[in-house]
Design a binder for this molecule. Structure first.
Ligand SMILES: [Ca+2]
Ligand SMILES: [Ca+2]
Length: 323
């Protein structure tokens, strides 16, 4: 909008034009009423008052005309936008979009690692492996060689290198072996993904699983013996980390994660949590549990102080949400 119009609109809205016109003009008239009489002036007082009156009227009309023009412009822009949205909607390949989402969903929920199926007649298929021969990072099997010794399979694994397998009979295919399993408890969105991952000492994440539900079973398969960092995460929760040692036998381990700010661990972030954090901040009662501490340190600066208290309190009172 141009400056002149903006000013004019502001004046109009402020009601500055709603002055008592006659009173203003009478004032102007009084100022012009110089001694010696109006007959000596080249123009009469009435001429000037008349001109000013026209100016007032003209200005008001011109503002109204500009407002009408702006309204018209807005209406035409809206019509243009509506047309563009309609064109965009009509140009979307909805069937393609549906298929894309369907495939994405399948990929997201599929078992990691490549699949091999075999068939004798092209009708009945048998799954040889659906998890990359027990290694989720075997994401493809580009090379096959059928020999008298058996079937050679070369895998694609961008994380720690390809593998060469010789499959002679079904016993060569490793059985899934549970390395660690249990219940994982979380809160908030029932449909959100919970990830349980094992990280090796190089920081790679060769084993793990995704589960859904707030109280649900998890199991991690086929992890090689060794020491790992186990991480449990979910949106709006504080990630829990711990060291686990995978050995020859399966480990049973129940896990629990809590929402950001939930120092009491009941899954709800309310004033009980903010008060608890306040007690810690004031030194009255320290939060010693490492995970509860992480839940309370909502700004991740390594300490729990009044900043954390205020944030959790604001969340509890609905003033400013943490998530
Ligand atoms: Ca709580
Ligand atoms: Ca903090």
């Amino acid at each position: 909008m141009d400056k002149e119009l903006e000013d004019a609109l502001a004046e109009y809205e402020d009601g500055e034009l709603d002055v008592d016109k006659d009173k203003e003009l009478a004032g102007v008239g009084a100022m012009l009423d110089v001694s010696g009489g109006e007959d000596e002036l080249p123009v009469t007082k009435d001429d000037i008052i008349g001109a000013l009156s026209d100016l007032f009227t003209g200005k008001k009309e011109s503002i109204e005309a500009k407002i009408a023009a702006v309204k018209e412009t807005i209406a035409s822009k809206l019509a243009e936008l509506k047309q563009k949205l309609e064109d965009a909607y009509n140009s979307i390949d909805w069937e393609g979009m549906r298929m894309y989402l369907w495939v994405s969903e399948r990929v997201r929920n599929d078992t990691w690692g490549f699949d091999i199926v075999r068939t004798k007649d092209g009708v009945e298929f048998e799954v040889v492996t659906d998890n990359g021969l027990g290694d989720k990072y075997n994401y493809g099997c580009p090379a096959f060689l059928s020999t008298e010794e058996g079937l050679y399979v070369g895998t694609s694994n961008p994380f720690y290198g390809g593998q060469l397998w010789l499959i002679q009979d079904k016993s060569d295919i490793p059985e899934d072996r549970v390395a660690i399993s249990g219940t994982v408890t979380s809160f908030l969105d029932e449909e959100a993904r919970v990830t349980v991952d094992l990280y090796n000492e190089l920081g790679n994440n060769p084993y793990g699983c995704d589960v859904f539900g707030n109280e649900t079973e998890y199991e991690i398969l086929n992890a090689e013996p060794g020491e790992y960092t186990l991480k449990v995460s979910k949106d709006n929760h504080v990630t829990r980390e711990m060291t686990v040692v995978i050995g020859e036998y399966p480990i049973a381990l129940d896990l629990k994660i809590c929402p950001i700010g939930d120092v009491t661990g009941d899954g709800i972030v309310n004033t009980t949590d903010s008060m608890r954090v306040n007690l810690h901040a004031k030194g009255a009662a320290l939060i010693t549990d490492e995970y509860a501490f992480a839940c309370g340190d909502v700004n991740h600066d390594g300490t729990i102080n009044t900043v954390d208290f205020m944030r959790i309190n604001a969340h509890a009172k609905g003033a400013a949400k943490l998530f």
